[in-house]
Design a protein around this ligand. Structure first.
Ligand code: GLN
Length: 536
């Protein structure tokens, strides 16, 4: 079996330069050349996973098929390469320490002093290699979270250095992404921060193989030469990453810069056939040159940080492209919405999405938004908590169940139309204890969702503790809100819809986690299509 090839992507100078997108773009390019590739993320924080993090801290928590709560970059990986990730694709310092400490408690270290080096670094190396051993990938791209120089990244950098030594430089390369700032007063691009950042890596024993320079202006050959000379790489290893109008353009830009070709060379691999990005290019054209435009409202409570709803906004981009349409998404803070101002706030939108979420803050605003969409026949899409709000709204305003609520918001509600799932009742720990990951959902044949999916069974990813309370099923059904998707084993409601409405669908699962460029999610596609036909 040929040796696996490991590509590490580190970052320097500043955070948020787009290591995730560079990693995903390179993966896309390699994949388009016919090799098998996966991407993983190393996160240096001490949380075991980001599931316990507030979205304000770290953006959306992404969920894999096997139920891991992970960093949002895994969402980018899946959207770019259209391959599911797993628990193994996200490694955190918390999870590394947890396994080392568990082993220590079991006595596995046979009386040795347990230390960062070698025990933590060995565990990091083992985790990095798990993906290559469990599944048969030729290339494993590993994105190193954080910025070089951070104290918490040190054990990871050391692990990478050791791997490079152990596996040989032809099997491991390091791509370092930095920023070349433009100083407008002098009209110059500056390479010094990059030089310093590479020095920091060198101090830790790593000579980067390729440098990707993020810049707002094109890099001329003098700048490239200067970076190459002072950072000790050849000219072809200096890659420009200029600001793009959409993240989906980055693979095309990286192809032009031959990032894939240089990577293959450094890894002593034959170049093979050129990366075929024809379909990808068509998609990017559609994103950049839409024929139509609509406005959609996204009602949520973490709207100050757009990353909180990353997968939803990207799913909308995919669905917009299918419909040749630019979808402008306005984030509406649910805490600001009430019965008195809802018309003013939401009246101009062609569709309303109510976002997932936890806790009572902003819940009444979401319910007011649902009511407005329902009563005014505006396409409505409720996701997870969004579905739960739709159920509460219907119970209160159509069924006349005053005080109806979710048990999450009101423990003493007389009508718990959304209640804690049976299996959640004894759960005390917060981390990793929700109903997580992919479950089957049977679709009712005479339903809107059947028309959309054209299938009797789907499988979607979940992240919730509460569920529709089936005791109220008949009442809802008679009044016109139907359960059109159910879990075949548990009878848990997965989808509710109002057939008499133009488009009113709520889902307990998260369709946004499965939408990719290659496979836009049918629910988003149909929602945008309907909203477009109702354009205001
Ligand atoms: N808070 C709700 C629950 O736990 C909804 C979760 C969500 O929107 N992801 O069931």
């Amino acid at each position: 079996m040929p040796t696996k090839k490991y590509i590490f992507v580190t970052g320097g100078v500043a955070s948020s330069l787009g290591k995730g997108i560079i990693s995903a773009s390179l993966a896309k390019l390699l994949q388009s050349r016919g090799v098998s590739v996966t991407i993983q993320k190393l996160d240096p924080y001490i949380n075991v996973d980001p599931g316990t993090l507030n979205p304000y801290e770290h953006g959306e928590c992404y969920v894999t098929n096997d139920g891991a709560e992970t960093d949002l970059d895994l969402g980018h990986y899946e959207r770019f390469i259209n391959l599911p990730t797993t628990q193994d694709n996200n490694i955190t310092t918390g999870s590394v320490y947890q396994s080392v400490i568990n082993k220590e408690r079991k006595g596995d270290y046979l009386g040795k002093t347990v230390q960062v080096i070698p025990h933590i670094t060995d565990e990091i190396k083992r985790r990095i290699r798990v993906l290559g051993t469990k599944q048969n990938f030729d290339f494993i791209i590993t994105e190193m979270g954080g910025t070089v120089g951070d104290i918490e990244s040190l054990p990871y950098i050391e692990a990478i250095r050791q791997l490079k030594w152990e596996l040989g430089s032809g099997n491991v390369i390091v791509i370092h992404l930095t920023l070349v700032p433009f100083i407008s007063a002098s009209g110059e691009l500056k390479t010094k921060p990059t030089q310093h950042s590479v020095k920091l890596l060198l101090e830790n024993g790593i000579q980067p193989d390729i440098l990707v320079l993020r810049t707002e202006k094109p890099l001329n050959s003098d700048i490239r030469k200067k970076v190459a000379l002072f950072c000790n790489v050849d000219m072809t290893s200096v890659v420009e990453s200029i600001d793009a109008s959409t993240i989906y353009e980055v693979p095309l830009m990286m192809k032009k810069e031959k990032l894939d070709v240089t990577t293959l060379k450094k890894l002593h691999m034959p170049e093979g056939k050129e990366a075929d990005l024809a379909d990808w290019k068509k998609f990017v054209e559609k994103v950049k040159n839409p024929v139509k435009k609509i406005h959609i409202a996204l009602v949520g409570k973490y709207v100050e940080l757009p990353d909180s709803y990353k997968s939803i906004t990207e799913s909308i981009v995919h669905a917009g492209a299918v419909n040749d349409c630019k979808v402008s998404v306005t984030n509406i803070h649910s805490e600001n919405v009430n019965e008195g101002n809802v018309d003013e706030l939401l009246g101009d939108f062609s569709g309303i999405i109510v976002a997932p979420g936890f806790g009572t803050r902003g819940i009444e605003g979401k319910i007011a938004a649902v009511r407005y969409a329902r009563e005014n026949n505006i396409p409505f899409f409720g996701i997870c908590l969004g579905l739960q709000c739709a159920v509460i709204e219907f119970a209160r305003n159509v069924l006349g169940l005053t005080g109806a609520n979710s048990r999450e918001m009101d423990r003493r509600t007389p009508y718990p139309v959304i209640d804690l799932m049976e299996e959640q009742k004894d759960v005390i720990d917060k981390g990793g204890t929700m109903r997580l990951g992919a479950y089957d959902c049977n679709i009712a044949e005479k339903s809107r969702v059947f028309e959309i999916f054209k299938r009797k069974q789907i499988r979607e990813r979940h992240r919730h503790r509460y569920e529709f309370n089936n005791q109220f099923m008949d009442e809802f059904d008679k009044a016109g809100m139907k359960a059109s998707g159910m879990n075949p084993e548990t009878g848990l409601v997965e989808i509710m819809e109002i057939p008499s409405h133009k488009w009113f669908i709520g889902v307990q699962f998260h369709p946004e986690y499965q939408s990719t460029v290659q496979k836009p999610h049918p629910l988003f596609v149909d929602f945008i299509k309907t909203a477009l036909s109702e354009k205001k």
